[in-house]
Write a protein that binds this ligand. Structure first.
Ligand SMILES: [Zn+2]
Length: 231
């Protein structure tokens, strides 16, 4: 089986294990190693329901080049980010609730725990062209431009995207962004936050706490949880 199919299945199940599901919506994609587009789950299935038979290859024009089932309407999120960011191998798009609630505050994300450090100093961008579905190539391109070289982008009235060179990174960034937003919502509900990491501490923690080995450790944990394996 092609590695990208296995990674798409693993990414989808890991996102489910992390609680980032929105019934059958949201998706992770892997760049096709032969340059034919992106591998992502077929429409109509939840993250936890994905297996190799429910993964499709979608080209930049929205054609399903391989696999059974329909493609998601929002495939341009993935194809256009991949087009603009040759360093990106995996894109995650999620409608998780805490990041959507946090985006509505129009407030800066603060590094009040480990989780926000990949997204602050510089502050992660916000895509404000529309809160509707990213259903056209033009909107996908606009989102990709707003993302720039960041690890993720909030999409107010909608959700977020996160990216990385591999599934481990993009999935972990999605999990961390949702947790960072939830933690700040808790602090805001209590009248804060009042203190957070300086830019220097943030930079240090990005490498200390969320270096590739640490991201991999979280990714493998989520995969074990997804497979129901307990230590
Ligand atoms: Zn969406």
């Amino acid at each position: 089986m092609k590695e990208e199919i296995e990674e798409t299945v693993a990414a989808s199940r890991a996102l489910a294990a992390a609680g980032l599901s929105d019934m059958v919506w949201g998706h992770a994609s892997l760049r096709d190693s032969d340059g034919c587009g992106v591998w992502m789950k077929a429409a109509g299935w939840g993250f936890e329901e994905i297996d190799a038979d429910r993964v499709v290859l979608v080209d930049r024009g929205g054609n399903v080049a391989h696999g059974q089932g329909k493609r998601h309407i929002e495939y341009p999120i993935h194809t256009e980010i991949m087009e603009l960011r040759p360093d990106v191998g995996c894109v995650v798009h999620t409608h998780a609730p805490a990041l959507a609630a946090f985006a509505s505050l129009d407030a800066p994300l603060r590094a009040i725990s480990h989780d926000a450090t990949p997204f602050t100093d510089p502050q992660l961008p916000r895509f404000t062209d529309t809160g509707a579905l990213i259903a056209t190539q033009e909107l996908g391109q606009a989102l990709a431009r707003t993302l720039g070289d960041a690890n993720g982008c909030l999409m107010p009235q909608h959700g977020a995207v996160t990216v990385g060179p591999d599934a481990a990174t993009a999935v972990m960034y999605a999990v961390l962004l949702e947790r960072a937003c939830r933690t700040q919502l808790m602090a805001a509900a209590a009248g804060g936050p009042h203190v957070w990491s300086s830019p220097e501490e943030t930079e240090f923690k990005r490498n200390q706490v969320w270096n590739p080995a640490q991201r991999d450790a979280g990714w493998h944990y989520l995969r074990r949880v997804a497979e129901g394996i307990t230590p």
